[in-house]
Design a protein around this ligand. Structure first.
Ligand code: ATP
Ligand code: PRP
Ligand code: MG
Length: 290
């Protein structure tokens, strides 16, 4: 199976890190190579421009791809399925116009010219809003076009808003909220290898922001311990076997393990201490397969 991955740009590094965390390390990915094998002999990575990846998957050069949702929606190949939000490369595709101009709503764009790298998304957006606008396709530096009278407004990517601001442009409307996605050609979505890859990537995303707590707790206060753990489906409770022959000492102590949100760890530890827990250990989780 081939996975198409952005060869450069801001999606490349996080995509490679995610694949690595999922156990799909590239084994011979020298810079500027077009292909890399992975530790799984059935999985090859193919490196392509972010904007070309939907086409590669649609045409059969790769079975699945990782690229921005904006690119998938722009190419709109018709035979691919969006499988997973990978939660990086978050940005918004927005309609923007000069701050001091007279475009304040989508309706004001009627009869005007809009420059964009995303002509298909723009076309569908204006059709949905029932606004007729002329769309001019550009391949970059879209923010410049209103200043050189090429366009009255633009549809472009923004994340921090800095580029719009330095070009004296203001957001008029949001067209699409985007992030990197895993998508697959519709004839392979049920393949076992594709399902394995989806499950592996999902397990990394599920573990993100989670911590594993281990502790000893007095058995007779277990109910209180359970109450303070906001974990996934409750904690796991085990007897503490600390004698050499493996027999439980039965000193009234049990081991409790639980998965909790990173943001709850501080408060949970304090509460656990107050209900008698000791030897509390907090570790990171690499993957969480549910
Ligand atoms: N400022 C941004 N913040 C977050 N994500 C972004 C931003 N700009 C682009 N993206 C996302 O990253 C994808 C690829 O953009 P990037 O700038 O890495 O590549 P590119 O400009 O298409 O590539 P190239 O470097 O090959 O010209 C976009 O389609 C979008 O999904
Ligand atoms: O809201 P901001 O944080 O300012 O980000 C928005 C900018 O980021 C992207 O450009 P990029 O940096 O990828 O340059 P490019 O035009 O070479 O793709 C996008 O095309 C915007 O211009
Ligand atoms: Mg870019």
């Amino acid at each position: 199976m081939r996975i198409a991955v952005p060869n450069k740009g801001r999606l490349h590094d996080p995509a490679m890190e995610l694949l690595e965390s999922a156990g799909l390390h590239a084994v011979d990915g020298a810079d500027r190579k077009l292909y890399a094998d992975t530790v799984d002999p059935d999985v090859t990575l193919l490196f392509a421009r972010a904007a070309d990846i939907p086409e590669y998957v649609s045409d059969g050069a790769a079975e699945v791809g990782i690229t921005g949702l904006d690119q998938v929606r722009e190419a709109d190949p018709g035979n691919v399925e969006e499988m997973l939000d990978l939660e990086f490369g978050r940005c918004r595709l927005v309609l923007a116009a000069p701050e001091d101009g007279d475009i304040e709503s989508v309706a004001d764009v009627a009869g005007k010219t809009v420059a964009t790298e995303f002509p298909h998304i723009a076309e569908r957006y204006f059709a949905e809003k029932d606004v007729e606008a002329d769309i001019v396709e550009v391949s970059g530096a879209t923010e410049l076009t209103p200043h050189v009278e090429m366009a009255d407004a633009i549809i472009d990517i923004t994340s921090t808003g800095t580029t719009l601001k330095v070009n004296s442009l203001a957001v008029v409307d949001e067209v699409l909220s985007s992030s990197a996605h895993l998508f697959a050609r519709d004839d392979v979505v049920e393949d076992s290898k594709v399902r394995q890859v989806v499950m592996a990537l999902r397990s990394v995303l599920s573990a993100d922001g989670k911590r594993y707590l281990m502790m000893n707790a007095p058995e007779d206060r277990l109910a209180e311990v359970r109450d303070v753990i906001p974990g996934l489906g409750g904690p796991t409770v085990m007897n503490v076997e600390d004698r050499e022959d493996g027999e439980s000492e039965d000193d009234g102590t049990v081991a409790v393990h639980a998965v909790v949100d990173e943001r709850d760890v501080f408060e949970t530890i304090n509460e656990l201490k107050s209900v008698g827990a000791s030897g509390i250990l907090v570790t990171e989780i690499e993957r969480l397969v549910e």
